[in-house]
Design a protein around this ligand. Structure first.
Ligand code: RIB
Length: 313
């Protein structure tokens, strides 16, 4: 399909090594697994892939090492029809890697991620993509690369008045004022609790948490609640948007899929409810497949699910 919008993603590229087993081992236990998947991942790169397959022209700014895993990044972007012009290389750290366990009975996952080169993305390297931000419709990032790169992207987004979507994952302490001015702040339940201090277990508690999160200076709070749907508020209006009925087999990267799809929908000027529904469709399809970036759906697939589940609005 022809591209509908342009998005700049700053963030992580990670090589994912995923083992599937009937259940998670307990500490010190060895469990017999059924299969292994090795491929491109990383929250930033998964978001970029989801956005690209959803119809965005995506420019990914990331960093890899000089090791053999770096080739996976370049190959992945070429396969996806995305530029690798802003995939930087360092000899001071290895390409990021993640060890992922997936419980194939529930589809749940556990991850250890080593950020490696992603942590060395500098503000200057983000500024080098300034003209891409200037001509973009929106920008998207997470917290899996250096905080310096996130801050630099926020600065450029403000300079060119581009919607700035920040998925605060993986959660971590950030300097005071770090989220000030974020247009769309998109935590899951755990991250919402971490940044608000409110335990999020229901739409009601999500609303409580969102009130606190708005005080961080963000303009819209979008809390993904898994099977319970997604809660949104801008402080004046609010909504709970149900998610679809697809059965998950591997939930790894669901949040990334959601954020990539959401940013495309926002870039296309869709209203917030329609954007959240579209993002739900992208995430719902991604979890019916094993893997992370390779599991992201095409625009046609997400549109078809949208029509079947939500109708025409
Ligand atoms: O969100 C899923 C991603 O988190 C995986 O691709 C893995 O790389 C970790 O960073």
């Amino acid at each position: 399909m022809s591209k509908t919008c342009k998005i700049v993603v700053v963030g992580s590229f990670i090589s994912d090594i995923t083992g599937f087993a009937p259940r998670f081992p307990v500490d010190g236990e060895t469990v017999l697994g059924s299969s292994l998947k090795f491929g491109p991942g990383g929250k930033g790169s998964n978001q970029a892939t989801a956005a690209s397959r959803s119809g965005g022209e995506v420019v990914m700014v990331t960093k890899v090492g000089t090791d053999m895993l770096s080739g996976i990044a370049h190959q992945h972007y070429r396969n996806e029809g995305m530029t690798d012009k802003y995939v930087m290389t360092t000899d001071r750290a290895d390409t990021g890697a993640a060890f992922i366990e997936v419980n194939e009975t529930t589809g749940e996952n556990r991850i250890i991620v080593i950020k490696g080169a992603n942590d060395l993305i500098t503000a200057e390297e983000v500024y080098a993509a300034e003209e891409e931000v200037a001509s973009a419709d929106a920008v998207l990032t997470q917290l899996e690369a250096s905080l310096e790169s996130t801050a630099a992207l926020k600065e450029l987004a403000a300079k060119y008045r581009k919607p700035f979507v920040l998925n605060p994952a993986p959660m971590q302490e950030v300097p005071e004022g770090f989220f000030e001015g974020v247009d769309y702040f998109t935590p899951n339940e755990t991250e919402a609790e971490f940044f608000s201090g409110v335990k999020v277990t229901s739409p009601e508690s999500a609303e409580e948490a969102a009130k606190k999160l708005l005080k961080l200076g963000v303009k819209n709070v979008v809390i993904t609640l898994g099977k319970k749907g997604v809660f949104w508020t801008d402080g004046k209006e609010k909504a709970l948007v149900p998610t679809t009925d697809l059965k998950p087999v591997d939930t790894t990267g669901a949040g990334d899929a959601f954020n990539g799809g959401f940013t495309v929908a926002v870039s296309e000027g869709r209203d917030i409810i329609s954007a959240l529904k579209f993002a739900n469709c992208v995430a719902s399809i991604s979890v019916t497949r094993r893997g992370t970036s390779p599991a992201m759906p095409t625009r046609e697939e997400s549109d078809a699910l949208y029509r079947r589940f939500y109708g025409d609005h």
